[in-house]
Ligand binder design. Structure first.
Ligand code: LRH
Ligand code: MN
Ligand code: MN
Length: 386
Protein backbone atom coordinates (compact mmCIF):
# COMPACT_ATOMS: atom_id res chain seq x y z
CA UNK A 1 0.00 0.00 0.00
CA UNK A 2 1.05 3.58 -0.59
CA UNK A 3 2.15 5.26 2.66
CA UNK A 4 -0.83 6.84 4.45
CA UNK A 5 1.14 10.07 4.89
CA UNK A 6 1.50 10.46 1.10
CA UNK A 7 -2.19 9.70 0.63
CA UNK A 8 -3.12 12.25 3.28
CA UNK A 9 -0.91 14.90 1.71
CA UNK A 10 -2.52 14.33 -1.69
CA UNK A 11 -6.03 14.46 -0.24
CA UNK A 12 -5.44 17.91 1.20
CA UNK A 13 -4.83 19.23 -2.31
CA UNK A 14 -8.16 18.04 -3.71
CA UNK A 15 -11.00 20.44 -4.28
CA UNK A 16 -14.55 19.57 -5.25
CA UNK A 17 -16.83 22.15 -6.83
CA UNK A 18 -20.48 22.20 -5.84
CA UNK A 19 -23.27 23.29 -8.21
CA UNK A 20 -25.49 26.25 -7.27
CA UNK A 21 -28.54 24.43 -8.65
CA UNK A 22 -28.15 21.52 -6.24
CA UNK A 23 -29.05 23.88 -3.37
CA UNK A 24 -32.37 24.82 -4.99
CA UNK A 25 -35.53 22.80 -5.41
CA UNK A 26 -35.54 20.13 -8.09
CA UNK A 27 -37.54 17.10 -9.07
CA UNK A 28 -38.58 15.06 -12.00
CA UNK A 29 -40.89 16.08 -14.79
CA UNK A 30 -43.71 14.70 -12.65
CA UNK A 31 -43.21 16.81 -9.53
CA UNK A 32 -40.85 19.22 -7.84
CA UNK A 33 -41.06 18.78 -4.06
CA UNK A 34 -40.38 22.09 -2.31
CA UNK A 35 -38.28 21.96 0.85
CA UNK A 36 -38.34 24.49 3.67
CA UNK A 37 -35.42 26.89 3.95
CA UNK A 38 -34.29 26.49 0.34
CA UNK A 39 -32.36 29.50 -1.07
CA UNK A 40 -34.27 32.21 -2.88
CA UNK A 41 -31.31 33.97 -4.43
CA UNK A 42 -27.84 33.14 -5.77
CA UNK A 43 -26.47 34.73 -2.60
CA UNK A 44 -28.41 32.31 -0.41
CA UNK A 45 -27.17 29.40 -2.52
CA UNK A 46 -23.64 30.61 -1.77
CA UNK A 47 -24.44 30.77 1.95
CA UNK A 48 -25.40 27.10 1.82
CA UNK A 49 -22.34 26.22 -0.23
CA UNK A 50 -20.22 27.93 2.44
CA UNK A 51 -21.65 25.45 4.96
CA UNK A 52 -20.52 22.54 2.80
CA UNK A 53 -17.03 24.03 2.59
CA UNK A 54 -16.99 24.83 6.30
CA UNK A 55 -17.49 21.19 7.32
CA UNK A 56 -15.58 19.44 4.53
CA UNK A 57 -12.80 21.95 3.88
CA UNK A 58 -12.52 20.85 0.25
CA UNK A 59 -15.42 22.60 -1.51
CA UNK A 60 -14.23 26.19 -1.97
CA UNK A 61 -15.79 26.85 -5.38
CA UNK A 62 -19.37 27.00 -6.63
CA UNK A 63 -20.51 26.56 -10.22
CA UNK A 64 -23.16 28.95 -11.52
CA UNK A 65 -25.86 28.27 -14.12
CA UNK A 66 -26.92 31.19 -16.27
CA UNK A 67 -29.71 32.41 -16.29
CA UNK A 68 -30.69 30.49 -13.12
CA UNK A 69 -28.15 32.57 -11.20
CA UNK A 70 -28.67 35.88 -12.92
CA UNK A 71 -27.60 38.94 -10.90
CA UNK A 72 -27.08 42.58 -11.86
CA UNK A 73 -23.43 42.62 -10.92
CA UNK A 74 -21.33 39.45 -11.16
CA UNK A 75 -18.22 41.06 -9.70
CA UNK A 76 -20.34 41.85 -6.64
CA UNK A 77 -21.46 38.24 -6.45
CA UNK A 78 -17.83 37.12 -6.66
CA UNK A 79 -16.99 39.52 -3.81
CA UNK A 80 -19.91 38.14 -1.81
CA UNK A 81 -18.57 34.62 -2.38
CA UNK A 82 -15.15 35.83 -1.26
CA UNK A 83 -16.61 37.14 2.01
CA UNK A 84 -17.99 33.65 2.62
CA UNK A 85 -14.60 32.06 1.96
CA UNK A 86 -15.65 30.82 -1.48
CA UNK A 87 -14.85 31.49 -5.14
CA UNK A 88 -17.14 31.30 -8.14
CA UNK A 89 -16.32 28.34 -10.35
CA UNK A 90 -17.48 27.15 -13.74
CA UNK A 91 -20.10 29.13 -15.59
CA UNK A 92 -22.70 26.74 -17.02
CA UNK A 93 -24.47 28.07 -20.07
CA UNK A 94 -28.14 27.36 -20.55
CA UNK A 95 -29.40 27.19 -24.12
CA UNK A 96 -32.11 24.67 -23.44
CA UNK A 97 -34.94 26.39 -21.62
CA UNK A 98 -36.37 28.91 -24.05
CA UNK A 99 -39.28 28.14 -26.37
CA UNK A 100 -37.03 29.23 -29.23
CA UNK A 101 -34.86 26.15 -28.63
CA UNK A 102 -37.50 23.58 -29.50
CA UNK A 103 -35.54 22.47 -32.56
CA UNK A 104 -32.12 23.20 -31.13
CA UNK A 105 -29.92 26.10 -30.08
CA UNK A 106 -26.59 26.45 -31.87
CA UNK A 107 -27.63 23.72 -34.32
CA UNK A 108 -31.14 25.10 -34.94
CA UNK A 109 -32.07 25.31 -38.64
CA UNK A 110 -32.96 29.02 -38.21
CA UNK A 111 -29.94 31.34 -38.18
CA UNK A 112 -31.73 33.82 -35.89
CA UNK A 113 -32.10 31.21 -33.15
CA UNK A 114 -28.48 30.13 -33.61
CA UNK A 115 -27.43 33.76 -33.20
CA UNK A 116 -29.47 34.10 -30.00
CA UNK A 117 -27.86 30.97 -28.55
CA UNK A 118 -24.38 32.11 -29.52
CA UNK A 119 -25.00 35.51 -27.95
CA UNK A 120 -25.89 33.77 -24.70
CA UNK A 121 -22.67 31.75 -24.80
CA UNK A 122 -20.66 34.92 -25.40
CA UNK A 123 -22.48 36.63 -22.52
CA UNK A 124 -21.38 33.73 -20.34
CA UNK A 125 -17.77 34.52 -21.21
CA UNK A 126 -18.40 38.16 -20.21
CA UNK A 127 -19.68 36.81 -16.89
CA UNK A 128 -16.51 34.72 -16.51
CA UNK A 129 -14.47 37.88 -16.97
CA UNK A 130 -16.40 39.49 -14.12
CA UNK A 131 -16.34 36.49 -11.77
CA UNK A 132 -12.79 35.39 -12.51
CA UNK A 133 -14.05 31.95 -13.51
CA UNK A 134 -11.75 29.79 -15.58
CA UNK A 135 -14.23 27.37 -17.13
CA UNK A 136 -17.22 27.73 -19.43
CA UNK A 137 -19.27 24.55 -19.34
CA UNK A 138 -21.26 23.84 -22.46
CA UNK A 139 -23.99 21.29 -22.66
CA UNK A 140 -26.32 21.28 -25.64
CA UNK A 141 -29.71 19.61 -25.51
CA UNK A 142 -29.72 19.92 -29.30
CA UNK A 143 -30.86 16.97 -31.33
CA UNK A 144 -33.80 15.52 -33.19
CA UNK A 145 -36.64 13.18 -32.36
CA UNK A 146 -37.37 11.65 -35.74
CA UNK A 147 -35.32 10.26 -38.62
CA UNK A 148 -35.19 12.84 -41.38
CA UNK A 149 -36.18 15.72 -39.08
CA UNK A 150 -32.96 17.60 -39.83
CA UNK A 151 -29.64 17.01 -41.53
CA UNK A 152 -27.23 15.34 -39.10
CA UNK A 153 -24.12 16.66 -40.88
CA UNK A 154 -25.42 20.20 -41.28
CA UNK A 155 -26.09 20.29 -37.56
CA UNK A 156 -22.45 19.33 -36.90
CA UNK A 157 -21.36 22.20 -39.17
CA UNK A 158 -23.53 24.66 -37.25
CA UNK A 159 -22.23 23.34 -33.93
CA UNK A 160 -18.67 23.65 -35.11
CA UNK A 161 -19.21 27.23 -36.23
CA UNK A 162 -20.69 28.27 -32.86
CA UNK A 163 -17.97 26.53 -30.87
CA UNK A 164 -15.29 28.26 -32.95
CA UNK A 165 -16.86 31.68 -32.28
CA UNK A 166 -16.93 31.03 -28.52
CA UNK A 167 -13.40 29.65 -28.56
CA UNK A 168 -12.17 32.83 -30.25
CA UNK A 169 -13.71 34.90 -27.47
CA UNK A 170 -11.97 33.00 -24.61
CA UNK A 171 -9.21 34.75 -22.71
CA UNK A 172 -5.76 33.23 -22.32
CA UNK A 173 -6.59 31.68 -18.95
CA UNK A 174 -10.09 30.57 -19.82
CA UNK A 175 -11.24 27.18 -21.03
CA UNK A 176 -14.28 25.72 -22.69
CA UNK A 177 -15.50 22.38 -21.33
CA UNK A 178 -17.73 20.50 -23.76
CA UNK A 179 -20.14 18.06 -22.16
CA UNK A 180 -21.73 15.15 -24.00
CA UNK A 181 -24.90 13.22 -23.24
CA UNK A 182 -26.28 10.16 -24.96
CA UNK A 183 -29.92 11.25 -25.11
CA UNK A 184 -32.57 13.38 -23.42
CA UNK A 185 -34.30 15.63 -24.18
CA UNK A 186 -33.66 14.58 -27.78
CA UNK A 187 -34.55 10.94 -28.39
CA UNK A 188 -33.35 10.12 -31.89
CA UNK A 189 -30.13 12.03 -32.49
CA UNK A 190 -28.23 14.20 -30.05
CA UNK A 191 -25.67 16.57 -31.57
CA UNK A 192 -23.03 15.89 -28.89
CA UNK A 193 -23.97 12.38 -27.78
CA UNK A 194 -20.63 10.92 -26.76
CA UNK A 195 -17.02 11.57 -25.80
CA UNK A 196 -15.86 10.93 -29.37
CA UNK A 197 -17.95 13.75 -30.79
CA UNK A 198 -16.90 16.09 -28.00
CA UNK A 199 -13.27 15.08 -28.45
CA UNK A 200 -13.37 15.63 -32.23
CA UNK A 201 -14.70 19.17 -31.78
CA UNK A 202 -12.28 19.97 -28.96
CA UNK A 203 -9.31 18.66 -30.91
CA UNK A 204 -10.11 20.91 -33.84
CA UNK A 205 -10.64 23.93 -31.58
CA UNK A 206 -7.37 23.75 -29.66
CA UNK A 207 -5.89 23.48 -26.20
CA UNK A 208 -8.46 25.59 -24.41
CA UNK A 209 -11.23 23.19 -25.41
CA UNK A 210 -11.56 20.16 -23.19
CA UNK A 211 -14.08 17.37 -22.70
CA UNK A 212 -16.13 17.09 -19.52
CA UNK A 213 -17.40 13.69 -18.41
CA UNK A 214 -20.77 13.73 -16.69
CA UNK A 215 -20.96 10.30 -15.09
CA UNK A 216 -24.71 10.08 -15.73
CA UNK A 217 -24.54 10.65 -19.47
CA UNK A 218 -23.64 7.24 -20.90
CA UNK A 219 -25.42 4.13 -22.07
CA UNK A 220 -25.82 1.54 -19.31
CA UNK A 221 -22.72 -0.61 -19.02
CA UNK A 222 -20.37 1.94 -20.59
CA UNK A 223 -16.86 1.66 -19.20
CA UNK A 224 -16.43 5.26 -18.04
CA UNK A 225 -12.96 4.73 -16.59
CA UNK A 226 -11.74 3.71 -20.03
CA UNK A 227 -12.99 7.02 -21.44
CA UNK A 228 -11.27 8.83 -18.59
CA UNK A 229 -7.99 7.00 -19.21
CA UNK A 230 -8.13 7.75 -22.92
CA UNK A 231 -9.04 11.44 -22.58
CA UNK A 232 -6.29 11.96 -20.01
CA UNK A 233 -3.79 10.25 -22.27
CA UNK A 234 -4.76 12.66 -25.04
CA UNK A 235 -4.61 15.69 -22.71
CA UNK A 236 -8.31 16.35 -23.27
CA UNK A 237 -9.98 15.64 -19.93
CA UNK A 238 -11.17 18.98 -18.57
CA UNK A 239 -13.24 17.71 -15.70
CA UNK A 240 -16.16 15.80 -14.31
CA UNK A 241 -19.79 16.40 -13.56
CA UNK A 242 -20.10 13.80 -10.81
CA UNK A 243 -23.38 12.17 -9.89
CA UNK A 244 -24.68 8.63 -9.85
CA UNK A 245 -27.34 6.78 -11.69
CA UNK A 246 -29.20 3.51 -11.77
CA UNK A 247 -30.99 3.98 -15.08
CA UNK A 248 -30.39 7.17 -17.07
CA UNK A 249 -29.37 10.71 -16.04
CA UNK A 250 -30.62 10.18 -12.48
CA UNK A 251 -28.44 12.92 -10.91
CA UNK A 252 -28.29 11.08 -7.58
CA UNK A 253 -25.50 11.57 -5.05
CA UNK A 254 -22.14 10.58 -6.51
CA UNK A 255 -20.91 7.28 -5.14
CA UNK A 256 -24.38 6.28 -3.97
CA UNK A 257 -25.26 3.89 -6.78
CA UNK A 258 -21.85 2.44 -7.57
CA UNK A 259 -18.93 3.38 -5.30
CA UNK A 260 -16.77 0.81 -7.06
CA UNK A 261 -17.21 2.59 -10.39
CA UNK A 262 -16.27 5.89 -8.76
CA UNK A 263 -13.13 4.25 -7.35
CA UNK A 264 -12.23 2.86 -10.79
CA UNK A 265 -12.67 6.31 -12.32
CA UNK A 266 -10.56 7.96 -9.62
CA UNK A 267 -7.89 5.32 -10.02
CA UNK A 268 -7.56 6.20 -13.72
CA UNK A 269 -7.39 9.87 -12.79
CA UNK A 270 -4.55 9.19 -10.35
CA UNK A 271 -2.83 6.77 -12.75
CA UNK A 272 -3.09 9.25 -15.63
CA UNK A 273 -1.64 12.19 -13.69
CA UNK A 274 -5.04 13.89 -13.68
CA UNK A 275 -5.02 14.64 -9.99
CA UNK A 276 -4.24 18.30 -10.70
CA UNK A 277 -6.18 21.54 -11.01
CA UNK A 278 -6.41 20.91 -14.76
CA UNK A 279 -9.10 18.32 -14.11
CA UNK A 280 -12.09 19.97 -12.43
CA UNK A 281 -13.95 17.75 -9.97
CA UNK A 282 -17.47 19.14 -10.06
CA UNK A 283 -20.75 17.78 -8.78
CA UNK A 284 -23.87 17.96 -10.96
CA UNK A 285 -26.68 16.56 -8.85
CA UNK A 286 -30.27 17.14 -7.83
CA UNK A 287 -31.55 16.38 -4.37
CA UNK A 288 -35.22 15.84 -4.99
CA UNK A 289 -36.29 14.07 -1.80
CA UNK A 290 -33.33 14.34 0.59
CA UNK A 291 -32.17 17.47 2.47
CA UNK A 292 -29.82 19.27 0.14
CA UNK A 293 -26.89 20.54 2.20
CA UNK A 294 -26.18 17.23 3.99
CA UNK A 295 -26.64 15.41 0.67
CA UNK A 296 -23.94 17.59 -0.86
CA UNK A 297 -21.67 17.08 2.17
CA UNK A 298 -22.20 13.31 1.78
CA UNK A 299 -21.37 13.56 -1.94
CA UNK A 300 -18.15 15.45 -1.27
CA UNK A 301 -17.20 12.79 1.28
CA UNK A 302 -17.97 10.03 -1.22
CA UNK A 303 -15.61 11.60 -3.76
CA UNK A 304 -12.95 11.90 -1.06
CA UNK A 305 -13.36 8.25 -0.07
CA UNK A 306 -13.05 7.03 -3.66
CA UNK A 307 -10.02 9.29 -4.13
CA UNK A 308 -8.36 8.02 -0.96
CA UNK A 309 -8.82 4.41 -2.09
CA UNK A 310 -7.46 5.24 -5.54
CA UNK A 311 -4.41 6.88 -3.97
CA UNK A 312 -3.88 3.82 -1.76
CA UNK A 313 -3.43 1.45 -4.71
CA UNK A 314 0.04 -0.07 -4.53
CA UNK A 315 1.06 0.88 -8.04
CA UNK A 316 4.44 -0.87 -7.88
CA UNK A 317 2.82 -4.14 -6.84
CA UNK A 318 0.16 -3.64 -9.50
CA UNK A 319 2.71 -3.00 -12.23
CA UNK A 320 4.72 -6.06 -11.15
CA UNK A 321 1.65 -8.30 -11.24
CA UNK A 322 0.55 -6.86 -14.58
CA UNK A 323 3.91 -7.38 -16.24
CA UNK A 324 4.10 -10.91 -14.85
CA UNK A 325 0.71 -11.63 -16.38
CA UNK A 326 -0.62 -12.37 -12.91
CA UNK A 327 -4.30 -11.71 -13.56
CA UNK A 328 -5.56 -12.59 -10.10
CA UNK A 329 -2.66 -10.91 -8.33
CA UNK A 330 -3.19 -7.66 -10.21
CA UNK A 331 -6.90 -7.70 -9.53
CA UNK A 332 -6.20 -8.38 -5.84
CA UNK A 333 -3.97 -5.30 -5.58
CA UNK A 334 -6.79 -3.11 -6.85
CA UNK A 335 -9.41 -4.79 -4.69
CA UNK A 336 -7.24 -4.47 -1.57
CA UNK A 337 -7.29 -0.71 -1.99
CA UNK A 338 -11.00 -0.61 -2.75
CA UNK A 339 -11.82 -2.76 0.27
CA UNK A 340 -9.81 -0.59 2.67
CA UNK A 341 -11.92 1.41 5.11
CA UNK A 342 -10.53 4.91 4.49
CA UNK A 343 -12.92 6.67 6.84
CA UNK A 344 -10.44 6.75 9.77
CA UNK A 345 -7.75 8.17 7.47
CA UNK A 346 -10.11 10.89 6.22
CA UNK A 347 -11.14 11.66 9.79
CA UNK A 348 -7.44 12.26 10.54
CA UNK A 349 -7.05 14.45 7.45
CA UNK A 350 -9.95 16.58 8.65
CA UNK A 351 -8.73 16.81 12.22
CA UNK A 352 -5.26 17.77 11.06
CA UNK A 353 -6.90 20.57 9.05
CA UNK A 354 -8.75 21.75 12.17
CA UNK A 355 -12.10 20.34 11.06
CA UNK A 356 -14.52 18.04 12.79
CA UNK A 357 -13.77 14.39 11.99
CA UNK A 358 -17.44 13.87 11.05
CA UNK A 359 -18.75 16.62 8.71
CA UNK A 360 -22.29 15.20 8.65
CA UNK A 361 -22.61 15.26 12.44
CA UNK A 362 -20.94 18.67 12.72
CA UNK A 363 -23.38 20.16 10.22
CA UNK A 364 -26.36 18.55 11.96
CA UNK A 365 -25.23 20.07 15.27
CA UNK A 366 -24.62 23.51 13.78
CA UNK A 367 -28.27 24.56 13.73
CA UNK A 368 -27.97 25.92 10.16
CA UNK A 369 -30.76 23.70 8.84
CA UNK A 370 -33.16 25.06 11.45
CA UNK A 371 -31.96 28.62 10.99
CA UNK A 372 -32.64 28.77 7.25
CA UNK A 373 -36.15 27.43 7.76
CA UNK A 374 -36.86 30.30 10.18
CA UNK A 375 -34.97 33.01 8.27
CA UNK A 376 -35.98 32.26 4.70
CA UNK A 377 -39.65 33.00 4.84
CA UNK A 378 -41.49 34.46 1.88
CA UNK A 379 -40.06 35.11 -1.55
CA UNK A 380 -39.65 32.69 -4.40
CA UNK A 381 -37.52 29.61 -3.75
CA UNK A 382 -34.83 28.88 -6.28
CA UNK A 383 -35.34 25.90 -8.49
CA UNK A 384 -34.78 24.73 -12.01
CA UNK A 385 -35.60 27.64 -14.23
CA UNK A 386 -35.44 30.21 -11.43
C1 LRH B 1 -27.56 18.03 -18.57
C2 LRH B 1 -26.70 18.49 -17.44
C3 LRH B 1 -25.82 19.66 -17.83
C4 LRH B 1 -26.68 20.81 -17.36
C5 LRH B 1 -27.12 20.26 -16.02
C6 LRH B 1 -28.18 21.02 -15.29
O1 LRH B 1 -28.24 16.84 -18.25
O2 LRH B 1 -25.94 17.44 -16.94
O3 LRH B 1 -24.61 19.66 -17.15
O4 LRH B 1 -26.00 22.02 -17.28
O5 LRH B 1 -27.52 18.94 -16.36
MN1 MN C 1 -23.88 17.73 -16.29
MN1 MN D 1 -27.10 15.63 -16.81
Amino acid sequence: MTAPSAVKAALTTQSIETPSWAYGNSGTRFKVFAQQGVPRTPQEKLQDAAQVHRYTGVAPTVALHIPWDTVDDYADLAAYAGDLGLRLGAINANVFQDDDYKLGSVTHPDAAVRRKALDHLLTCVDIMDATGSRDLKLWFSDGTNYPGQDDIRARQDRLSEALAAVYERLGDDQRMLLEYKLFEPAFYTTDVPDWGTAYAHCLKLGEKAQVVVDTGHHAPGTNIEFIVALLLREGKLGGFDFNSRFYADDDLMVGAADPFQLFRIMYEVVRGGGFTSEVAFMLDQCHNIEPKIPAIIRSVMNVQEATAKALLVDRDALAAAQSAGDVLGANAVLMDAFNTDVRPLLAEVRQEAGLDADPMAAYARSGWAERIVTDRQGGQQAGWGA
